[in-house]
Design a protein. Structure first.
Length: 110
């Protein structure tokens, strides 16, 4: 398991709302990992970005330095354009069921 996904899994389990059982979180991450393995490179890169954005968006900015680190990561990952980039990929790969499944798996992290 990639380190960031492991960290994300732990964070998800800790921060999960009561309405979302741990097995649902596990299923989301399992689906994400499976789709990531077979996704076209462009979509795999998008999935990595989505995972990073989700991870850093859930981080606690406990001091000014940490807040700056989180903001820098969110900026480098271009998280503000993630949704539009995902929509562009959906249009580009509209006829590829595996590509769309990978994009759906990434969207499930939101």
């Amino acid at each position: 398991m990639r380190p960031i996904l492991l960290a994300a899994s732990v964070l998800l389990a800790m921060a999960a709302p009561a309405a979302l059982p741990a097995q649902d979180l596990d299923a989301i991450l399992e689906r994400f990992n499976a789709a990531r393995k077979t996704a076209p490179a462009e979509i795999a890169a998008y999935m990595d970005r989505a995972e990073g954005c989700w991870h850093f968006a859930g981080e606690e900015p406990y001091d000014a330095a940490r807040r700056a680190e989180i903001n820098r990561a969110l900026s480098e990952l271009k998280c503000t354009t993630l949704k539009a980039d995902g929509q562009a990929l959906r249009r580009k790969y509209a006829r590829s069921a595996p590509a769309l499944a990978a994009l759906d798996a990434a969207a499930a992290l939101e």
